[in-house]
Design a protein around this ligand. Sequence first.
Ligand code: NAD
Length: 281
Amino acid sequence: MTVPVITLNNGLEIPQIGLGVFLMTDENETDWAVKQAIYAGYRHFDTAAAYGNEAVLGKALKESGIIREQLFLTSKVWNNMQGYEKTKQAFEESCEKLGTDYLDLYLIHWYGLDVKGTWQAMEELYEAGRIKAIGVSNFTIEHLESMKEYAKIKPMVNQIETHPYFPQNELRAYMEKEGIAHEAWGPLSQGKTDLLFHPVLQELADKHDKTTAQIVLRWHIERGTIIIPKSVNPGRINENISITDFSLTAEEMEKIAGIDMNTRYGRIPNDHEFIERTSKE
Ligand code: NAD
């Protein structure tokens, strides 16, 4: 399986398809899913301190026998660890749990209470070679603009909710202009919508002899977005990476653009109550 790569603004290559492990809380299930993913050809894994599964992921990867240099590991600093000192501590804790001494990508999970101090710590870890690329998640245009006041290094990635019902066209255009790679979370809309039953996608799935999930994931690939679909089901894990043997025409991409509902299903980036609460926990 050859997975395409995206080159980030610092020259680092990131596999365009990875496995997201949000809500993988059962240890045996997570262990099994990660090993199935390795077998299917995944080398890129997206976790976060907040997911509580870094240690299980790290152990499964070690047992898979794949050498560290062939893996691409992302984790994220949680809201209650924002700030210069705490971020450095959070980074070390994530590395220890994952069984590694560096991360390929480290993200600020949400625009929290001390983004400036957090970013400064990440810049230093990046300059020291402990993180290969640094970025953010759930950041808006305003958030990204505000970082320009102090950031020495521009974020390489912004990981944001994106799927055909919420294609993020405005933020996406801004990030393209700024050289910030677009990474989609909830690429299948988290199973929260009827997206995978949409007639336009069903028609394209029939035409290409693929599933509607594969059509959606291919749409992301054609847009140059990095995707991290989550599944613990071996068949779906395999299905979600088996999208490199077909392509969508410009006309088909237009059809999918037509089902945009400009509707977010996940948390809004400026949920102040959530940010305040989780910064204290
Ligand atoms: P997703 O869009 O990947 O959807 C996952 C759901 O889709 C699961 O319920 C799964 O059973 C189902 N599914 C997966 N493959 C399928 C297939 N082929 N056919 C039918 N159904 C299928 O949503 P997600 O897990 O929330 O997002 C992916 C990853 O993004 C997460 O695992 C996590 O790593 C990351 N994430 C990040 C943030 C953030 O704030 N940065 C938020 C949410 C998720």
